[in-house]
Design a protein around this ligand. Structure first.
Ligand SMILES: Cc1ncc(C[n+]2csc(CCOP(=O)(O)OP(=O)(O)O)c2C)c(N)n1
Length: 585
C-alpha cells in the first residue's frame, strides 16, 4: 500500500507524542490535514497564521512539549514569520511546517512561490530545511523535533513542497521510534560542590529563574533546593510562578529585585542564575551589582558569561542541576539567611501601597492598576493570565500572582503586540480544565481580534479583557515625555467597541465605565463559560511608573497652546525611548 507525504508526516508527529497542531488551511497542506483526521491529531484552525504560531508557542511553554504550527506556502509563511521570530528569541520549541510551490516550478513564479522560505527562516530558527523526497519526511520531522527540544530549545522549520507532500511512496518507510533522548545533561559533581561552597559563603544570596527553568520542568526540583538552602528566589517574566508567589522564599519578579536594589537595604552578593539569560530582563548586565558572585547554569554553553564574566559557569539542564544541588545539600549546614529574606519580603509588595492613591483618584476613566486589582479579585488561584499590550502588560505583570509555571504569560524579547489572544488559546488547549484570562491593550487587541472566532468555534471559554485608553498608551506617554502634549502623532485611537466585535463572533460581552462594575462583569463572563470580551474604559493619563497620581501633562492645555517643550538633550547626550541614551558623536 502506498502512503503520501502527509501520512508520513503525521505518523511521525504521533510517534513524537504530538496531540495537536495550530493551523490555517491552504491547499498545499491537505494531505497533512487528511492524515490528521485519520490519526486523531487535534487541529485548531486560527484566522491568521501569526495567531497559529503564537498559540503553538504558548502551548510549548505550558506543556514543555514541542508545539506544532502549520502554515501554507508564501503568505502563510510570511504571516507566521513573526511567531517564528518570537520563538527564536524566547527559546520556545515549536515545529513550523510550511507548504511550498512544487519543487519542479521553483524558478517559474508559480502561485505562492518565488521566495526562498528556508533562507528567510534560517536566521530565526535553530534549523530550517526542505524535504525534497517524500520518503525523507519522517527522518526530517524527527530531526526537526529533536533539534527544537534538545540543548537550548527553539523553533525549527520544515518546508514541504506540494509535490513532495502529495507524492505517494510505495516502499515501506520506517518511522523513527526514538525521536529525542529522555535525559538532559547534568552538572559534574565538582561543579555542584563548588556552587554550594560559593553560595554558603554569601551573606545575601539569591536565585534568578528564567525560561530555562520553565522548559526543563524544574518547579519541583527548584522548590526542593530552595527549601533545603533557604535562598530567596526571583524570576523573570517567563518563569513567574515556578516558585509560587506565596511561597515563603519567593521574592517574585525582577521588578521587585530592582526595587530592593534601589533601596539602601542591601544588594545580593551572590546569584545563582538558572536558565536566565542576561539581556532585556536583566537590564543588560546592570541588574545585578558588579561585585555579585555569579553562578550561571544554562544548557547552552555559549550563554555562560556572554554579557559579563561569570564566576562559576555550569553547562547543564536547570532541573538536573537543582536535583543535584538538593542531593548534595543533604549534609550541608546552610547559613541562616532569615534577616536577608525579611529584607527581600519588605520589597516584594511595594506596589500595593505605591499605587493605592493613584489608583483611587478620579480620572477620565478607570486607573489601570485599579482595573487589574478588581479583575484579579475575582479570579481563582488557578487562572492563567495572558497579558498583551504596552503598559497593559506591565500593569498585568505587576499585579500578577503566579503560583504555577506558565500561569502568567507576557511579552518576551521581541516585545510583540498581538500575542495575548493566541497565547490564551494555546494555554487553554494545554490546560482545558483551567480558566484563562487575557488582559490586552486596545491597540494590541486589534492585531488578532479575529481570533474571537477561533475561540468560539473551538469552544475555548477565554475571557479577554481590553484595557481601553483609546490610544497606543505607551507610545502616547513616550511622546508626551519627550516632545510634550502638543506633539502627539499617530498614537491615538478611536472609541473602539471591541466588545461588540466579539459579540459579532458569538461571544459574551460587557462594556464597563466604572471601577465598581469590573468584578461583577468578570464574574459574569466567567460564569457564561464561553468566549467573552470585556471592554473597560481606562484613564490614558495614568502612565505606568507615574506614582504621583497626577497626570504627566495636561493634555488638553498643551494640545492647544502650541508651546514646544524645552529640548531635554544636553550637548552630548541624546534622549532615546526604551534604551540607554545616545552619546552624540
Ligand atoms: C507588533 C508591534 N507593533 C508595534 C509595536 C510598538 N508598540 C509598543 S507599545 C505600543 C502601544 C501599545 O498600546 P496598547 O496595546 O493600547 O497598550 P497600552 O500601552 O495602551 O497599555 C506600540 C504600538 C510593538 N511593540 N509591536
Amino acid at each position: 500500500m502506498s502512503t503520501d507525504g502527509g501520512e508520513l508526516l503525521v505518523r511521525t508527529l504521533k510517534q513524537a507524542d504530538v496531540a495537536c497542531a495550530f493551523v490555517l488551511h491552504g491547499g498545499h497542506l491537505d494531505p497533512i490535514f487528511q492524515a490528521s483526521l485519520d490519526h486523531s491529531i487535534r487541529l485548531i484552525d486560527t484566522r491568521h497564521e501569526a495567531a497559529a504560531g503564537h498559540a503553538a508557542d504558548a502551548y510549548a511553554r505550558q506543556t514543555g512539549r514541542v508545539g506544532v504550527a502549520i502554515a501554507t506556502a508564501g503568505p502563510g509563511f510570511t504571516n507566521i514569520l513573526t511567531a517564528i521570530t518570537q520563538c527564536y528569541l524566547d527559546a520556545s520549541p515549536v515545529l513550523f511546517v510550511v507548504g511550498a510551490a512544487p519543487l519542479r516550478d521553483v524558478e517559474v513564479w508559480p502561485l505562492q512561490g518565488g521566495i526562498d522560505q528556508v533562507a528567510m527562516a534560517k536566521p530565526v530558527t535553530k534549523w530550517a530545511g526542505q524535504a525534497t523526497r517524500t520518503e525523507q519526511i519522517p527522518h526530517l520531522v524527527a530531526h526537526a523535533i529533536r533539534t527544537a527540544m534538545t540543548g537550548r530549545p527553539g523553533p525549527v522549520l520544515l518546508e514541504v513542497p506540494i509535490d513532495v507532500l502529495f507524492n505517494r511512496h510505495d516502499a515501506k518507510v520506517e518511522i523513527p521510534q526514538t525521536i529525542q533522548p529522555d535525559t538532559a545533561p547534568a552538572p559534574s559533581q565538582h561543579q555542584v560542590k563548588q556552587a554550594i561552597e560559593r553560595l554558603k559563603q554569601a551573606e545575601r544570596p539569591i536565585m534568578v529563574l528564567g525560561g530555562g527553568c520553565l522548559f526543563s520542568g524544574a518547579a519541583e526540583a527548584l522548590r526542593g533546593f530552595a527549601e533545603a538552602s533557604g535562598i530567596p528566589v526571583y524570576a523573570n517574566n517567563k518563569a513567574l510562578g515556578i516558585l509560587p508567589i506565596d511561597h515563603p522564599l519567593s521574592g517574585y519578579s525582577l521588578t521587585n529585585l530592582g526595587v530592593l536594589q534601589a533601596s539602601d537595604n542591601g544588594k545580593p552578593d551572590a546569584a545563582l542564575l538558572l536558565g536566565a539569560r542576561f539581556g532585556m530582563f536583566t537590564q543588560g548586565d546592570k541588574l545585578l551589582p558588579g561585585d555579585c558572585q555569579l553562578i550561571q547554569v544554562d544548557v547552552n554553553g555559549a550563554e555562560l558569561g556572554r554579557l559579563r564574566p561569570v564566576d562559576l559557569p555550569i553547562q547543564a539542564d536547570c532541573r538536573e542541576t537543582l536535583l543535584a544541588l538538593t542531593q548534595a545539600s543533604q549534609d550541608v549546614d546552610w547559613p541562616d539567611w532569615r534577616p536577608w529574606l525579611e529584607t527581600v519580603h519588605q520589597h516584594s509588595h511595594w506596589h500595593e501601597a505605591a499605587y493605592a492613591e493613584a489608583a483611587s483618584r478620579a480620572g477620565q476613566g478607570i486607573h489601570p492598576y485599579r482595573a487589574m486589582t478588581e479583575i484579579l479579585s475575582v479570579l481563582d488561584d488557578d487562572t492563567i493570565l495572558c497579558a498583551d499590550g504596552g503598559e497593559t502588560s506591565l500593569w498585568a505583570e505587576l499585579c500578577s500572582q503566579a503560583r504555577t509555571p506558565g500561569q502568567y504569560t507576557g511579552h518576551g524579547y521581541l516585545g510583540c503586540l498581538g500575542i495575548g489572544m493566541p497565547f490564551a488559546m494555546g494555554s487553554q488547549i494545554a490546560h482545558p480544565a483551567r480558566r484563562v484570562v487575557c488582559v490586552v491593550g486596545d491597540g494590541a487587541v486589534g492585531m488578532n481580534i479575529q481570533e474571537f472566532d477561533t475561540m468560539v468555534r473551538h469552544e475555548l471559554p477565554i475571557v479577554t479583557i481590553v484595557l481601553n485608553n483609546k490610544a497606543w498608551g505607551m507610545c502616547v506617554h513616550g511622546q508626551q515625555a519627550m516632545y510634550g502634549g502638543n506633539r502627539l502623532v499617530v498614537t491615538t485611537l478611536g472609541e473602539g467597541r471591541y466588545d461588540r466585535v466579539a459579540e459579532g463572533f458569538g461571544c459574551f460581552w460587557a462594556y464597563v465605565e466604572k471601577a465598581g462594575d469590573i468584578a461583577a462583569a468578570v464574574t459574569e463572563a466567567l460564569a457564561a463559560k464561553k468566549p467573552a470580551c470585556i471592554n473597560i474604559l481606562t484613564d490614558l493619563d495614568a502612565a505606568y511608573g507615574d506614582l504621583s497620581g497626577v497626570a504627566l501633562v495636561d493634555q488638553e492645555a498643551e494640545q492647544t497652546d502650541g508651546a514646544t517643550p524645552e529640548p531635554k538633550d544636553s550637548e552630548t547626550e541624546i534622549e532615546m525611548p526604551y534604551y540607554d541614551n545616545l552619546q552624540s558623536d
